[in-house]
Design a protein around this ligand. Structure first.
Ligand code: BV8
Length: 258
């Protein structure tokens, strides 16, 4: 249970405790969702101005949604690719990258597909749901996955596979699709064995990713959540820092590395 959740906005007074945990840790996991990229100008999914506030995600981020309306789904991803292409890492991504200077082994596990952790300099990043710049044949005609050249993001009509003629699609994990087994195994192992997990900018609603903080907590890990508002995870974590990732993380990294 989070220590005195008390005044949800007093994240500053909790920084020393969080920083001390990071300094003493041998293995650190930083688990992120769309909220970590919000200050890079990228929409989240469930915030009122988020991508999914307007429609049902399973109509877009799913194989059945793509089969039903390939052009609409293709254009949604083309739109997001154009936005991600101009997005830059924000102070949250940058602070997470500086945490690699800690003596601990550190891995970033992200649900995001925007590549901003890598762009900020994080070297070990597990992309649970893939990356928007990788494309594959929808039929996986040459085995799963059949990767194909990435089309220009200005193309508004679904592109066909050069091998079999089926549509190609972003090589991201849609609803009702399995996460890449190797990535998931490494993420679950890291979550079960870490000493400190930072959970940053996720609503904790999408499984199985949302189970990672629970695995950490069950493994005796000190779980610190950084979010603008409480989530279903908050009751389970050790310390809740209520604030914007782009403000909290630079302060936390500075305190942990001082
Ligand atoms: C699967 C695609 C097996 C790429 C995405 C139990 C176990 C297993 C599966 C399920 C289960 N229960 C239900 C399921 C099915 C389903 C699921 O979880 N459904 C939910 C909706 C109930 N899961 C699946 O289908 C998964 N696959 O289970 O495989 C299987 C196989 C076959 C048949 C059955 C099972 C696959 C899930 C992956 C879906 N693909 N993305 C893309 O287009 O991006 S999910 C997508 O949504 C993201 O990748 C991400 O994971 C999720 C969005 O979540 P968040 O990142 O948390 O974003 P959100 O907007 O929700 O929240 C933002 C947060 O940030 C908020 O809390 C906000 O307060 C905060 N915030 C905002 N600004 C800031 C901030 N915080 C700090 N600072 C700020 N500035």
């Amino acid at each position: 249970m989070a220590e005195d959740v008390g005044d949800l906005n007093a994240w500053q007074v909790r920084i020393p405790a969080a920083a001390a945990r990071l300094r003493d840790a041998r293995r650190v996991v930083v688990f992120t969702g769309a909220g970590v990229s919000k200050e890079s100008g990228l929409a989240t999914f469930r915030d009122t101005d988020g991508a999914w506030a307007q429609f049902n995600p399973e109509d877009y981020a799913s194989p059945s949604g793509f089969r039903k309306q390939p052009r609409v789904v293709w254009q949604w991803y083309a739109h997001r690719r154009r936005e991600m292409a101009v997005a830059r890492p924000n102070p949250a991504h940058q602070a997470i990258a500086t945490l690699e200077a800690l003596s601990a082994q550190l891995v970033v596990i992200t649900q995001n597909i925007d590549g901003l952790h890598q762009a900020a300099g994080s070297r070990e990043v597990l992309e649970l749901h893939g990356n928007i710049e990788r494309f594959k044949c929808f039929a996986n005609c040459r085995g799963a996955p059949t990767l194909v050249p990435t089309p220009d993001p200005t193309i508004e009509e679904p592109v066909r596979c050069p091998y079999c003629g089926a549509f190609i699609r972003p090589a991201v994990v849609w609803f009702h699709e399995m996460l890449p087994a190797d990535v998931w195994e490494r993420a679950a192992e890291a979550a079960c064995t870490c000493d400190v997990m930072l959970v940053v900018g996720t609503s904790g609603l999408v499984e199985p990713a949302a189970s990672l903080p629970r695995y950490a907590q069950q493994g005796g890990c000190y779980v610190i959540e950084i979010n603008l508002e409480p989530t279903p995870l908050t009751a389970r974590i050790s310390l809740y820092l209520a604030g914007a990732a782009g403000e909290v993380l630079p302060a936390l990294a500075a305190a942990a590395l001082s």
